[in-house]
Ligand binder design. Structure first.
Ligand code: UDP
Length: 324
């Protein structure tokens, strides 16, 4: 690695991308953010320049590759709401599949720098084995999962045809926030469990709707593997280092290996906030599998900074002005 390597970060103004930029800068890289600001925030771009543009715009991407000598790419930009993807699937195929294809074409023209790709546990669909190994069959049950699987396939094919080296990272549920308070989770609309539960506890939103209490899980609510966003960010830096050091393409899960039910998350938020989360029971949300958890992989040599749900939730509560 060269200390001043420039790294293109698509979606670098978003939740995970902005945390990754902080980790890149701390590791001595120079992140250049490319983001259309449709979901991301200008104020979250703190560790390098922001180029406002859409990953579907090949000319805009070519200009970035012309303006900077890009040593590697972290590709976060995507639409990422599982529930929404069921209602507007074509928008998801355009925003996630067509854009990734454009990015890959421009990367091939630009000499094929290595790529770290944000994939998802949603590519597994309803798992036949939990914890889920990276070798598990991929049969998505929602359009979002399909878009990520198609992204993976294009990347594999470009690897064979054009020598693209990549690390595909299949995230489980990104959660928490920067422990130094530089960044927080700011989705609009917010659909994710932990921020909604915190805001409900703090009286800023209506009671949390629990989507489904009739799943085949011990307490009837869905189980997910929540991984701290700073741990995800560190895993991206580690993956990039591997690739820049000449490492071969690989695929990793990023999850702590421990699943927690919606009710367990609600309890953890209540403890962190110092007041209970008001809840309401609602029907299942479309596209949600009952249980997802990874065969544990931090993606880094040093392991997890936040291995426990409570520690993850505490950082999220602090970042939203609760006790934490
Ligand atoms: N969930 C819920 N109420 C909400 C938001 C989410 O019960 O208001 C549940 C959702 O059904 C899922 C889990 O919480 O089982 C995590 O959902 P989230 O949207 O945070 O992440 P996803 O798993 O969709 O990536």
């Amino acid at each position: 690695m060269n200390e001043s390597d420039v790294i293109l970060v698509t979606g670098g103004a978003g939740f995970i991308g902005s945390h990754a930029c902080k980790a890149l800068a701390a590791a001595g890289f120079r992140p250049v953010v490319f983001d259309n600001l449709s979901m991301g925030h200008r104020h979250a771009v703190k560790w390098g320049p922001l180029v406002v543009g859409d990953v579907g715009d090949a000319e805009a991407l070519r200009r970035v590759f012309g303006d900077y000598s890009i040593a590697g790419v972290l590709h976060f930009a995507a639409s990422a709401y599982v529930g929404e993807s069921v209602g507007v699937p074509l928008r998801y195929y355009r925003n996630n599949v067509a854009t990734t294809m454009t990015l890959l074409e421009v990367m091939v023209e630009a000499g094929v720098p290595p790529l770290v790709f944000s994939s998802s546990c949603a590519t597994y669909g309803t798992p036949t084995e939990v914890p889920i190994p990276v070798s598990h069959e991929q049969r998505p049950i929602n359009p979002y999962g399909w878009t990520k699987l198609m992204g993976e396939q294009m990347i594999r094919d470009a690897g064979h045809a054009h020598g693209l080296r990549s690390v595909i990272l299949r995230y489980f549920n990104a959660a928490g926030a920067d422990p130094d308070g530089d960044l927080c989770e700011e989705h609009d609309p917010e659909t994710h469990l932990i921020p909604l539960a915190i805001d409900a506890a703090l009286g800023r939103r209506p009671p949390l709707r629990i989507f489904g209490t009739d799943y085949p899980t011990p307490d009837g609510t869905c189980i997910r593997d929540y991984i701290h966003v700073s741990d995800l960010a560190d895993a991206h830096v580690a993956a990039l280092r591997e690739l820049l050091g000449g490492g071969a393409s690989r695929i990793r899960n990023l999850g702590t290996g421990r699943g927690h039910s919606v009710r367990e998350v609600v309890e953890a938020v209540g403890r962190a906030a110092g007041m209970p989360v008001p809840t309401e029971i609602h029907p299942r949300r479309a596209g949600d599998p009952a249980e997802l958890a990874a065969v544990s992989d931090s993606g880094t040599p040093s392991g997890f900074r936040f291995p426990d749900l409570q520690g993850i939730v505490d950082t999220a509560v602090r970042s939203r002005g609760g006790k934490g």
